[in-house]
Structure formats: C-alpha cells, structure tokens
Design a protein around this ligand. Structure first.
Ligand code: HEC
Ligand code: HEC
Length: 287
C-alpha cells in the first residue's frame, strides 16, 4: 500500500514536471477536488479507533507540502519531526487521531502560530491538504524507521513484544495468538501489520464490528442497537430487527456507547515506539 502510494506520487511529479502544457492546464482549470467522505462514526466519539484510517491522496499531499513550507517548516522542521522550536508532529496525537482534517482543523482554528497567514482563517481545503501532507510524513516515518532493514524485515524484540502483548498491553483481553490473531504474521508485511494494530479498520476482511449503543429513556426499557448517529442533541440507532430509532438527548436519557475500536484508540495514548516495534515483531512470528 505504501510503496504503491509512493510510486503514484513519483509518477505524478514526473508527469507534471515533464509537461509544461500540463502545468498551464492545471493553472487554468484546477482539477475538481474529489469528494472524500470521512468514514461514518468519525469525530463523533473523538477517537481514531472509531474511524477508518486516513488514506493519503498524493496530489493533496503535494499541495499540503507547499502550505507546510510556507507556514510550518521553520518550527516543525523539514521532516515534521520537530526539534526547531515546534513539537514532533509525526508522534503528535492531534495528527495520529486526525482523519481528513478532523483534528488538525480545530487545532489550527484555535489560532495556532504560523509563519504568515493566520491559522484561524485557513480554508477547509488548505487544512485537508495539510492533513494529507502530515499523514504522508507519518507513513514515511514508519517505513523508513531504522527499525526496518532495507528489505522491510522487522528488527524488534519479539520476546519483549510477547511480554507486552500478554502483560501491560492487555491485548489478551480481546485477542489470542491461537484464536483471532492466528496466522496474522503470514498474512501481512510488518508495515501493514503495524498499521493494522495502530489503526484497526472497521471491516477488515471479516465484516468488521459496528459501534453498538444502548439508550435508556427515563421511563422506558433500554434499547440496544448499531449506532447510526450521535451529537449533543440527538442519538439514533438501528435495532436488532433493522428498525431505525431516534431520541432527543433530554435530561435523564442514558446513552452508553460500546465502541469495539476504543481499546485501540486508547492504545495510541500510551504505547511507546519500542512497544510498537516489539509487538509488530511478535505478531510477525504468528505464522
Ligand atoms: C513559530 C513556531 C510554529 C509554527 C510556525 C507552527 N507551529 Fe505548530 N507548534 C509549535 C509549538 C511550540 C507547538 C507545541 C505547543 C503547542 O501545542 O502549541 C506546536 C504544536 C503543534 C501541533 C500539536 C502537537 C501536539 O500533538 O500537541 C500541531 C498539530 C501543529 N503544531 C501543527 C502546526 C502546523 C500544521 C503549522 C503550520 C500551519 C504549525 N504548527 C506552525 C510551534 C509552531
Ligand atoms: C477491548 C478489545 C481489544 C483490545 C484490548 C485490543 N484489541 Fe486489537 N482489535 C480489537 C478489535 C475489535 C479489532 C478489529 C477486528 C475486526 O475489525 O474484525 C482489533 C484489531 C486488531 C488487529 C488487526 C487484525 C486484523 O486481522 O487485521 C491487530 C493486529 C490487533 N488488534 C492487535 C492488538 C494488540 C497488539 C493489542 C494490545 C496492544 C490489542 N489489539 C488490543 C479489539 C481489541
């Protein structure tokens, strides 16, 4: 996935550089911006786990790079890893949890410092482009980490990974190496495996697990179903019979969300780089 992406990236750069007419045409009529819908459930729970992972669009990332150079690079550095007055954006939870600007947008809108134009006035497009660029940097960092050899062989400590999996990581609450993760190492390359456990994607091969919600009205019985939508005012679900039910969130209405990906979203807050590489090495041994 990542290598496919960089090929596409390189090809489009060559194409644009190689055809002056291409540049002219682009300047005259910018290509229509493809609508990329954020996955359902995104942002509602404020957790990366509820959303799909961010798929980088190479053209948007290229535009985002220009914005980054104009507005961010002096503090956050050429690789976005910080160290020049700004923090490391590749390890930033704002960036990791972001999907298509969902976290980076509100963060910048609060009036974050820039090199020129006020962040509070950034357009939606500019923010989305920046988001694509920063997600590309996250991907590059995982791929070019010194913990991978050139052939993409992982050098983590599988034993330490196993200890973390069974201990502090609490992975065995939901997974077992003989059960639902059996043979996972044979299925995926290390980089993909790492992406999968950092950002499990609803629907991975096995239909995925929907977010469930239980609503208890002040007077009625509790109703459990698949979450359709929730905001500050309303909540709706589809019950076991496929019936759509909706409530206003009045006082006394209880809402309990059971997000199967929540554990993974919380993991991002506490897992270290070393844990990540050790766990990936361990999972790779499950052939
Ligand atoms: C003048 C220096 C400077 C510039 C320019 C700058 N930043 Fe920052 N940025 C910082 C500093 C310092 C922090 C850490 C403190 C904070 O959160 O405000 C930070 C934090 C952040 C964070 C949050 C990191 C985290 O997880 O807490 C994000 C995201 C971010 N910057 C994005 C950007 C983007 C995108 C741009 C360009 C549009 C930008 N910054 C421009 C200095 C800068
Ligand atoms: C509270 C439950 C829970 C905990 C704890 C948990 N996970 Fe998961 N994990 C899930 C769910 C749910 C999925 C998504 C499964 C699906 O979509 O079919 C998942 C997906 C995964 C996947 C992707 C599987 C695939 O086939 O693509 C990996 C790998 C994984 N988890 C590893 C871990 C590791 C490592 C830990 C501990 C650090 C952990 N999980 C902790 C619930 C959990």
């Amino acid at each position: 996935m990542l290598s496919k992406l960089s090929t596409k990236y390189a090809l489009s750069a060559v194409f644009i550089a190689g055809t002056a007419a291409g540049i002219y045409a682009q300047a005259q009529a910018p290509a229509a911006r493809p609508q990329r819908k954020a996955p359902t459930g995104q942002g509602l729970l404020g957790q990366a786990g509820a959303a799909d992972k961010h798929i980088v669009d190479a053209d948007a990332a290229e535009r985002g790079k220009k914005v980054y150079i104009q507005e961010c690079i002096t503090c956050h550095g050429p690789t976005a890893r910080g160290g020049q007055g700004g923090s490391d954006l590749v390890r930033s939870l704002v960036v990791l949890k972001d999907r298509y600007g969902s976290e980076i947008g509100p963060f910048l809108k609060k009036g974050h410092q820039t090199q020129g134009s006020p962040a509070a006035q950034f357009s939606k497009e500019k923010i989305e482009d920046l988001a694509d660029f920063l997600h590309l940097k996250v991907g590059d960092t995982l791929r070019t980490s010194p913990l991978f050899r050139a052939q993409n062989v992982l050098i983590g400590d599988a034993k330490a990974g196993e200890a973390y999996f069974k201990g502090d990581g609490k992975c065995t609450q939901c997974h077992s190496p003989e059960g639902n993760l059996k043979g996972i190492g044979a299925k995926f390359e290390p980089v993909d495996l790492q992406q999968r456990f950092l950002f499990p994607k609803p629907g991975f091969g096995r239909g995925g697990k929907p977010t469930m919600v239980t609503v208890t009205p002040p007077t009625g019985p509790a109703v459990t179903g698949t979450l359709v939508q929730i905001d500050d005012f309303n909540v709706s679900l589809r019950d076991a019979d496929g019936e759509y039910r909706a409530w206003s969130r009045i006082n006394g209405l209880k809402v309990k969300i059971d997000d199967p990906y929540a554990a993974h979203a919380q993991l991002l807050d506490r897992i270290t780089d070393k844990n990540i590489h050790d766990v990936t090495a361990y999972l790779e041994t499950l052939k």
